[in-house]
Design a binder for this molecule. Structure first.
Ligand SMILES: Cc1cc2nc3c(=O)[nH]c(=O)nc-3n(C[C@H](O)[C@H](O)[C@H](O)COP(=O)(O)OP(=O)(O)OC[C@H]3O[C@@H](n4cnc5c(N)ncnc54)[C@H](O)[C@@H]3O)c2cc1C
Length: 231
């Protein structure tokens, strides 16, 4: 079931008109391209707009390049760490730069500003501090470094968390403290959850990751089911 809880920045202005969740924008683009949209107002068009994309993962890269291809006037991608510590694919950054995306590394958003609708993003500069438990260096704010990046549209691409459903508990499917379904690879039946008849894999088990790992875990879970059924 993937990971579909949007992570928010928790700063003022996130609900201003002109601010969009990354997936809403990307889905509206796909619906528009394939003629699936129910009404033209569903389409978020970046044509002629100054777009600021917040985040540094693969979703942010999709937002950058989709905005460019829709004819945005300017696309700026602001990320709170430096280029070496970003989570997205390096190749995507190269490709995004080739298409004209401007990257602002070491910028942490603190507010989306505007009266009636978005007018800009207030950011502070950061410096990279010591590595965290996962080895990624933590950004630390530089005092007095506030600046405003002008924007007509802002796309928030801060990533996704699991979305455990109420029926998990009803059916004895346990999750960890981050909402990920517990389905260990190394148990007797691979990827079996705490309900013996339910198996799980992919993002809902490991958190947002990659297509290849989800496909691998799906295959492994299928083998786990065959072993459980003794076939
Ligand atoms: C914008 C974006 C860009 C990405 N770019 C890349 C990339 O470039 N390379 C890469 O490797 N990975 C990328 N990823 C990550 C990759 O898409 C995921 O890691 C992968 O799709 C996870 O597979 P999954 O099967 O676990 O979950 P998903 O692919 O999310 O599939 C889960 C499915 O379950 C359905 N579902 C959810 N809840 C329910 C329910 N209650 N009932 C019925 N169905 C339900 C969903 O509709 C969905 O179809 C990207 C992700 C996003 C969002």
């Amino acid at each position: 079931m993937g990971t579909y809880t949007y992570m928010k920045g928790g700063f003022p202005g996130e609900n201003l008109p002109g601010v969009h969740a990354a997936l809403d924008f990307l889905i509206s683009n796909i619906n528009h391209c394939h003629g699936y949209e129910k009404s033209p107002s569903e389409f978020v068009s970046m044509e002629g707009q100054r777009v600021v994309v917040l985040g540094g993962g693969d979703t942010a890269m999709d937002c950058n390049r989709t905005s460019i291809r829709q004819g945005a006037k300017r696309v700026t991608c602001a990320y709170r760490r430096d280029e070496a510590n970003m989570p997205g694919s390096r190749r995507e950054v190269v490709n995004a730069k080739e298409e004209g995306v401007q990257f602002l590394w070491n910028r942490q958003p603190v507010e989306i500003v505007g009266e009636e609708r978005v007018e800009g993003v207030k950011v502070v500069s950061t410096e990279m501090g010591p590595p965290d438990a996962r080895g990624r260096r933590t950004p630390q704010v530089v005092e007095g470094s506030e600046e405003i990046i002008p924007a007509d549209r802002v796309l928030i691409a801060f990533g996704f968390r699991p979305n455990p459903q109420p029926w998990f508990a009803e059916h004895g499917i346990e999750t960890d403290e981050r909402g990920r379904v517990k389905a260990p690879a190394e148990s007797q039946y691979k990827y079996q959850t705490s309900n013996p008849k339910v198996f799980a894999g992919g993002d809902m088990v490991r958190g947002s990751d990659l297509v290849v790992t989800a496909v691998w875990e799906g295959r492994q879970a299928a083998e786990g089911i065959l072993d459980y059924l003794n076939v």
